[in-house]
Design a protein around this ligand. Sequence first.
Ligand code: 3HC
Ligand code: NAI
Length: 657
Amino acid sequence: MAVVSTEMRDRVAIVWIDNPPVNALSQAVRAGLLSAVEELDGNSEVSAVVLACKGRTFIAGADIREFDKPPMEPHLPDVIARIEAASKPWIAALHGTALGGGFEVALGCHYRVADPRAKVGLPEVHLGLIPGAGGTVRLPRLTPVANAVQMVSGGRPVGATEPLAQGIFDSVAQSSDELLDAALTLARQTAGKPAPAGLSGRDPIEPPDEAGWSKLIEAVRSKARGQLSPVEAALAVRDAAELPVDKAFAGERDRFVKLRATDQSKALRHVFFAERQTAKVPAIDGIEPRAVNKCGVIGGGTMGAGIAACLLLAGLAVTLIERDGETVDFALKRVGGLLDASHKRGLVNDAGLAAMKDALGGSTDYAALADCDLVIEAVFEDMNIKREVFARLDQVTRPDAVLATNTSYLDVNEIASAIADPKRVLGLHFFSPAHVMKLVEVIATDTVSADVLATGFALAKRLRKTPVLARVCDGFIGNRILTAYRKQCDYMLEDGALPADIDSAMRQWGMPMGLFEMADMAGLDIGWAMRKRQAATRDPAERYVRIADKLCEMGRFGQKTGAGWYTYDEGSREPKPDPIVEQIIVEESRERGITREKFSAEQIQARILDAMVSEGKKILDEGIAQRASDIDMVMILGYGFPRWRGGPMFMAERFKG
Ligand code: 3HC
Ligand code: NAI
């Protein structure tokens, strides 16, 4: 079956692209399009052309898999230029997601008709690139330049009714079924007329002045946190608005080709495929997950409330169990608050919010879970309490109900052994805030059945999260690496660094915040309690840094007490370095007989990366993670590791030796 074919409807030709799964612009598609335009231009029976795609979407962009191979003719910019120069009008019929090169093809057409649910966008920045086939030049001639900067440097696709889509579509069909008819109608209206001038022949719309440009580009730079492509994208649009069009096309291509060869783009392409790889688990391939509609959540604290909100937002019913009437009320209010916030942000409409609130119930009685398909436990991090909860679940839940724990560190095998049939127990480790964070570690116990594991993956997907498989160990993938990272930071404190040195080095590296700022936000008391519990079993030969314990002994638990690693003014979250903390640290080094030495930002970054990588390698060797790229995804999605660096394991592989 040809990837590009032509069908005649009266005097209108429909050029169909059929290249599953997403109609990417492979060499065969580009060649097919080029021959179609040549042939139809020479065919006097044809008066207009509709370009449409089979399957779930219009063209979703260049074929990313071809980026590491030598470029093959015909090149996309030439194909698009040829469509723009066609003697007959070309009308793009857009459905699904017209992205990157796909949207650029549509910009080369003379008209654009959209399915009401279609989205268009230039997401190349997420691959460390900018559009390479005229997108930065044609878009600001269709929509105001400031909109184009936003679309190209932000990469977010926009729907037909969004204000940002102003000017992009010539018409929007009434429904998805009517898209082709709407495009054919427009084609008939234009039939017989010569194709109008293409976008590259027009002037840019409302270009900003010098001050406007500085503001736009500075805003993009500060948001990019070290990533190159968003800034390059904005600069390319500026060139497009100010230079002659040929120079702008050449400049865009030049930036694209240079960016494609950067480490950042290679890293982001790795992440693109890594993110899609995590759900590929041979053990559950072809296994049917269990049906999940009614869920239970035990514990409505920070995590339980977030998990409940997340389940409700995905259309599931939730019964929340707490310890007493007061904690039930508090938890329900908390969940309601999270739903209200989603409603306020426009993520849920009035009817949706009402339905979600109806689907939420609370109780102190575990019997309320009798008809649940799946229960997620999120009570205190204490093995005895968790085992007790699971023993109760064993008595009240259906024998086929899936039981999950959200534990951060505890042994899920031991928790599962509290159940007569441990095959139905697994770990589902969410990240805080649970209704926002994209990562879920799915923890496979030694006894879990394949369909229960498949249910964990299916649920994560339904919640629009990225599931990563981990086996049981202390902290699974992410928290185990976090522990190694934290230890390394503690060692550096004793060896000569201060919290602000480390935090600032990690921000420069591209992390949203440093470890000590993060600890102050989360609260130091939880880690302190854990260290006290572990004290009896700790290897006395292991290097142990006491600084955090000393802060906790002073009641410095972080932001909530106004002081932790930093101090905070009343009502402020702005961390301020504190001379008392510095004094404690310096004193500790002296007591340990360590001569303090200054660390550069690069040294701090290198020590942290080494710590992450060596723990990551152990995790792989022990079979805790399936593959190195899964570890990268955990660190990126769960811990703010900069996406454009590709993850610790990618970096270790790329820069080894
Ligand atoms: N090239 C090659 N493969 C692609 C691809 C692309 N552009 N887009 C998606 N795929 C593959 C995926 O890897 C996946 O393969 P797998 O089944 O083997 O894992 C398969 O297609 C399906 O993709 P998804 O699982 O992501 O499917 P969804 O339905 O969830 O999402 C989508 C569809 C929104 C189109 C999403 O795939 C997407 O965002 N794709 C990338 C879009 C993009 O970045 N386009 C720009 C490319 S760069 C470019 O065009 C440069 C130009 O300016 C010259
Ligand atoms: P939390 O202290 O905020 O909430 C725990 C809730 O459980 C409280 O509301 C408490 O009343 C309730 N609870 C305690 N025992 C109960 C019982 N027997 N029956 C019913 N309810 C009971 O704790 P948080 O932070 O929500 O943590 C919960 C679990 O999630 C822990 O295992 C933790 O390790 C894990 N976790 C925490 C993350 C975080 O960032 N806070 C991230 C990922 C996992």
